[in-house]
Design a protein around this ligand. Structure first.
Ligand code: ADP
Length: 620
């Protein structure tokens, strides 16, 4: 997708610039070299002209000095120099003169070369003419011809040399003009490349960088919505995309963080964040409301600020040991407000770990329980009072029962004597009255006995034996066959054998079953089935007594075990009783380590009473 890369863009611009720069330097070097060559050539041409004139001059001088052979020799040397120079100009090569050696390139321009060939032909004629002047008898035809030729040719050769140089210069100027054009072209294309390259780098690199720079600065100032707007197809485009992605993620995270921090701010419980050393870093408004300290007053301080002096050193040591070991500390703490008053909190301090697992902070959530504590104190006080009242009542019942029992025993004793006519014969009317006294006296004694039993029952008074429950139940239920005869009640005993042996006090347990049967019969005015069932369930034995009598309203079913509680006073009065039987049953079953409860589908639809007794292993 990213066809261009910044490196490729800059590389391309650089390579093109290097190419243009290189070519431009090459052309300049070439031009310089060409100019040097031109100068050399013009210099050489000048030298050739001088040499040609010197040759002619030496011929004249030799003639003037009476054809002195020294001038002939000198002219030879000069002619030789001229020829060497001309050869070098035409065919190129090394040329040494005036103490330096120069390298001369061969003449490649055809016009220049032709002109030089013309010069060479003239030179040869001039050379011959000089010889003719110096070597022939003055006045001879050859001498005369030589003088004429020398004079003419020394002029011609000058003109020809000039023409050759002119031709060369024309060619050289044309070449130089082309080179200048080439230089100009390179300069222009270099400039264009530079401008284009700058434009390319501006669009592809510089603008994206400055856009990114602005976006980063804006993000640093908290503006997470600022669009980067870089759409180039290179690494900077990728960078911008990655930046936008990061911006998006930071935005989401910021939103989430903002929600969390708003939640912390709004929390009803005081929240304190401290560093590892317990220095407060942050508190929420609930903390200020609770303690009276503003964040500015507590940040940088430790929680010692709210210490009340109500806890000892060991308390705080245990707290610190717990949280420094990475565990959560929970507990109730009494702290002191800014105004000096005390407050109770339920404190949960949790260590906060960094990604490396190291504990860096602690967060404490403090719930104000001052009010609850006050209420608890009141409740405790009320409970104590109630407890005292209850035990006073129990004591009174025990005392009264006890006090009643002695005179009642005496009364019943005398009634017995009366009944047995030990104190003299009774009239029929007196006998009936004594019978009533006897029945009611027995009933009263029974009730007082139950009250006394209720007061005294505890696991210690039980005399446990191993009971064969099946047999024991048969023996307990059987007498009831006689008692229900004629009431329209059908009595059933159903034991799912074999039942495991049970450790129980048969006397007390007998009271329970008797009482349940008594109630079942008593509250079944229209007859029906009274059923006693027993079965083993896990590690307990359950005895259930059910009837089809008046039933118990669902909201009262749990209360029938309270002392002196009767569902409906008028009905119970009709049936007799004083609401103590089931309370006694409950106490006896509890002393056995068991549980008693009742179920009833509703009024008029019978009730079932269950007694669950633990088997040997669980008994206390
Ligand atoms: P009471 O001496 O009054 O029978 P109990 O403690 O034995 O005292 O019973 C308490 C109350 O529970 C009774 O007054 C009666 O209202 C209710 N109750 C007990 N057993 C039954 C039952 N089998 N059917 C309906 N109500 C019952």
């Amino acid at each position: 997708m990213y066809a261009h890369s910044v490196r490729a863009t800059i590389g391309l611009v650089f390579v093109v610039l290097m190419l243009i720069g290189g070519l431009s330097v090459a052309v300049s070097l070439w031009a310089t070299q060409a100019q040097q060559y031109n100068a050399l050539l013009i210099n050489l041409a000048g030298r050739q002209r001088a040499l040609s004139q010197k040759t002619a001059q030496e011929a004249w001088l030799g003639l003037w000095k009476g054809q002195d052979p020294r001038y002939l020799a000198q002219m030879h040397t000069t002619a030789h120099q001229f020829e060497e120079g001309l050869r070098a100009l035409m065919d190129g090569g090394q040329l040494t003169y005036a103490g330096t050696t120069v390298s001369v390139p061969p003449a490649t321009n055809p016009a220049f070369r032709t002109a030089l060939e013309g010069v060479q032909a003239t030179w040869e004629s001039l050379h011959q003419a000089a010889h003719a002047v110096l070597e022939n008898e003055p006045g001879s035809p050859a001498f005369t011809q030589g003088v004429t030729d020398l004079e003419r040719l020394s002029r011609v050769i000058l003109e020809e040399m000039d023409e050759a140089v002119r031709l060369y210069q024309a060619a050289a100027e044309g070449r130089m003009a082309r080179l200048r054009w080439a230089q100009l072209a390179f300069l222009v294309s270099g400039g264009l490349t530079l401008a284009l390259g700058y434009g390319l780098i501006l669009v592809q690199v510089l603008r994206p960088i400055s856009a990114l720079k602005i976006a980063i600065r804006r993000m640093g100032q908290g503006d997470l919505d600022y669009p980067v707007g870089v759409r180039v197809r290179n690494e900077l485009g990728q960078l911008a995309e990655a930046f936008e992605d990061m911006q998006r993620r930071i935005k989401e995270q910021t939103k989430e963080l903002r929600l969390r921090s708003t939640a912390l701010e709004a929390a009803a419980d005081a929240i304190v964040i401290t560093d590892r050393d317990g220095i407060i870093q942050w508190v929420n408004p609930a903390f200020t409301a609770l303690t009276g300290y503003t964040p500015e007053e507590v940040i940088g301080q430790t929680m010692r600020l709210v210490k009340s002096g109500q806890h000892d050193r060991a308390f705080y040591r245990q707290l610190w040991e717990t949280i420094l070991s990475g565990q959560v500390w929970r507990g109730e703490v009494v702290n002191r407000r800014k105004d000096g008053s005390l407050y109770d909190i339920e404190n949960i301090i949790t260590p906060v770990r960094a990604a490396s697992g190291e504990i860096t902070h602690f967060v404490a959530i403090e719930r104000d329980i001052t009010e609850r504590k006050r209420m608890e104190g009141k409740l405790r006080e009320a409970n104590l009072q109630l407890q005292a009242a209850l035990s006073a009542k129990d004591e009174m019942i025990a005392n009264v029962s006890h006090e009643l029992r002695t005179p009642l025993t005496l009364i019943n004793g005398y009634v017995q004597l009366l009944r047995g006519a030990v104190l003299g014969p009774l009239t029929a009317e007196q006998e009936r009255a004594v019978q009533v006294m006897h029945r009611q006296g027995e009933r009263l004694a029974f009730m007082i006995d139950r009250l006394l039993m209720l007061q005294s029952i505890s696991p210690n008074v039980l005399q446990r034996v191993t009971l064969d429950l099946d047999l024991w139940l048969q023996q307990t239920v059987q007498p009831w066959e006689v008692r229900v005869a004629g009431t329209g009640i059908e009595l059933r005993l159903e034991v799912s054998s074999p039942l495991p042996p049970l450790q129980a006090d048969p006397n007390f347990l007998g009271h329970v079953v008797e009482n349940l049967l008594d109630n079942a019969v008593k509250f079944s005015p229209n007859g029906g089935v009274v059923q006693v069932r027993a079965w083993a369930e896990r590690d307990q034995v359950i005895i259930a007594v059910s009837d089809q009598g008046i039933g118990i309203p669902p909201d009262k079913v749990g209360r029938v075990f309270e002392r002196f509680y009767q569902v409906d006073g008028s009905i119970s009065r009709r049936f007799g009783g004083m609401g103590i039987g089931l309370a006694l049953c409950k106490a006896i079953v509890a002393a056995h380590g068991g549980r008693i409860w009742a179920e009833s589908v509703g009024e008029g639809r019978g009730s079932t009473f269950y007694v669950a007794l633990p088997l040997a292993s669980r008994q206390t």
